[in-house]
Design a protein around this ligand. Sequence first.
Ligand code: PEP
Length: 256
Amino acid sequence: MRTPLVAGNWKMHLRVREALDLVGALRQALDGLAGVEVVVCPPFTALADVGRALAGSTIGLGAQNVHWAPQGPFTGEIAAPMLREVGCTHVIVGHSERRHGLGETDAMVQRKVAAALAHGLVPILCVGETLAEREAGRTEDVLAAQLGAGVADVGAADAARLVVAYEPVWAIGIGRPATGAEANRVAGLLRTWLGERFGAAAATVRVLYGGSVTPETVGEFAAQPQVDGALVGGASLQAEAFASIVRAVLGARVAP
Ligand code: PEP
């Protein structure tokens, strides 16, 4: 059985003091919880402080982006060894806000996923179609291309460490998620494609759903057999909301 994962994407929110307040509250609510993996992804400026505040915690630390080079003349970028140095275990790669707002291409995502794995980081590879792509009937083509490129340089030995997040772009940040059935169908499809590429190792890849997951909507996804947790944006900025999403995901897994 796959251990579910709930990751909070704090995006470009929270100054260091606010980030520390949030992580303190999350430690109180979630530390030591077994059966579910929890990761928070603060902005770069808060990573080191939040990393220190998470010492001894069961909550993991993730970044929101990584460059593929281990160092070099890449102004404004951050390398995987730098993320490891401040305690990161995970990194979000290919988020739609980077793909569609900042020009990140499939080829860049491909290199970032490989670099993350090479440096011991778990990549949370985001894939998802826009509303226009969905309405044009291109959802599966888009997802296949994003996933195919994202894992193109991943060897079979590393495949099981991958996390894939299905994040339909039309459902992000607007309070109107996909349905559980839809998320389950797509998660199953992604796992089938991973199986064609990696064989049995695909069975252990976690596939998350992301897009307007809140304490009110999480039940819809937590109960889906192909969905192994959530990537949470807005609701991850409030300790109680995020904690209740984590508990719902765990509760659905342990329920008979
Ligand atoms: C996200 O940005 O990854 C996300 C899922 O955002 P939200 O939960 O706010 O829709």
